[in-house]
Design a protein around this ligand. Structure first.
Ligand SMILES: [Fe+2]
Length: 226
């Protein structure tokens, strides 16, 4: 359970500095990468994509935290750092490594209380937890739900279309590929628990469903699905 912190310990200037640090860290991770080590041509392997994803997650997580009564500062700082190590280390250790980097930054660069730093770091560390999110704190849950939501919806559909270009597919495949985004979204939605995130997921999935139907409606060679 979150420790009550009445006044926000995070000033706008401090937050902007942290954001810059995360951005620069991602850019440096890509620069340090071995040539061909990852599928770099896919949009989600770039520092720009990752940083944008982080900003989306911060915004979503903060809204969920506010509505669900979680501590918004713990949640937004955790969200900001959650994927900092994503481009540097393997997926299965990026959460733990992200928590380590965040702790080092927060302990050296800020005067935040130890309990605040601990809660931020445990949310980062637990954000790739695959079990039932009801086991976790409200702040960690808000972060995980936001992370799921960023992959669900119009943003996910746009990325899929971009990926189709890299794979030399034509727009005739678009309804099918957007259909996959929809399926994955429906699956991801099952992990979401809070009412706020459930409503957001519902709205986002509806947009993807519409888009898929519009594609089926407008493109002659696409057979509408039953
Ligand atoms: Fe993420």
């Amino acid at each position: 359970m979150g420790v009550e912190i009445r006044e926000s310990p995070v000033s706008d200037a401090e937050y902007a500095e942290m954001e810059q640090f995360v951005h620069d860290y991602l850019v440096a991770s890509v620069q340090a990468e071995d040539e061909g080590g990852r599928m770099r041509w896919y949009p989600w392997h770039s520092a720009e994509y990752r940083f944008n994803h982080i900003r989306n997650v911060v915004e979503l997580a903060e809204e969920i935290a506010r509505e669900e009564g979680a501590n918004t500062d713990i949640t937004r700082v955790a969200a900001l750092f959650h994927d900092i190590a994503k481009l540097e280390v393997d997926q299965d250790i990026h959460a733990e490594e992200g928590a380590r980097i965040a702790r080092e930054y927060l302990e050296i660069q800020t005067d935040y209380p130890a309990s605040f730093i601990d809660q931020v770091c445990s949310a980062i560390e637990d954000h790739s937890y695959q079990g039932d999110i009801d086991d976790l704190t409200l702040e960690t849950r808000s972060l995980i739900e936001a992370d799921i939501l960023d992959k669900v919806g119009a943003n996910g559909a746009a990325l899929m279309l971009l990926r189709m270009g890299y794979e030399s597919r034509t727009h005739m495949d678009s309804a099918e590929m957007v259909g996959r985004v929809l399926e994955r979204g429906e699956e991801a939605k099952k992990r979401v628990r809070s009412q706020t995130a459930t409503d957001m997921a519902h709205r986002r999935l509806k947009r993807v469903r519409w888009f898929k139907e519009w594609l089926e409606d407008e493109i002659a060679d696409i057979e509408p699905e039953e």
